[in-house]
Design a protein around this ligand. Sequence first.
Ligand code: SF4
Length: 191
Amino acid sequence: MSAVLQRQEDREQMYFRLKSTAMINPNHEWLSCMIASWCVGQGVLPDYLGLALEQFSALKTDFFPECYIPELASSVSQLDYNRMLEKDDLVKLLKKFSKADTNETDWIIAIVVAGCLGSDHLWQDLGLWSRSQLTDLLRYNFPMLAEKNNKDMKWKKFLYKQLCETEGLYLCRAPSCEVCIDYSKCFGSEE
Ligand code: SF4
């Protein structure tokens, strides 16, 4: 079996182990996918999934009490999360639009922000298995923010554009997206 196929099989096995605990809510499914990917080195999530250690421990206890999950990322391309200058602004943005003020929401926010550190599509950097999973995750946890993406902009681009607009910055060179030469960078397939 090739290394790629073996990795996919390992990911699936981890996913089924994670899913064997009782389903709590829809975040359980997305966390299972992200953690399974993270365990086999897919995505860019750093150690503890980008959470503080105590958050990571609480997440494991709440969602996956019977499953062993390592603490450190196995990804070969570890990115320097501490150099992410926009981290606090992204957290603030997601907190502002979160539908609940709970520890669980804070975990999801920290994970989504950590995924923004990568250079692929956000769903890939998070280790989700499809773009539609990310859309569902954002709609579930940040419904009013997700609703604002009514032109189906690529999710990472969309989040950063929200940051610019919050700061009153308009960095786009074109007067509208329809006439912009960078259109395909912001819209179009994210698969
Ligand atoms: S398509 Fe062009 S104008 Fe629209 S958000 Fe992207 S860069 Fe800005």
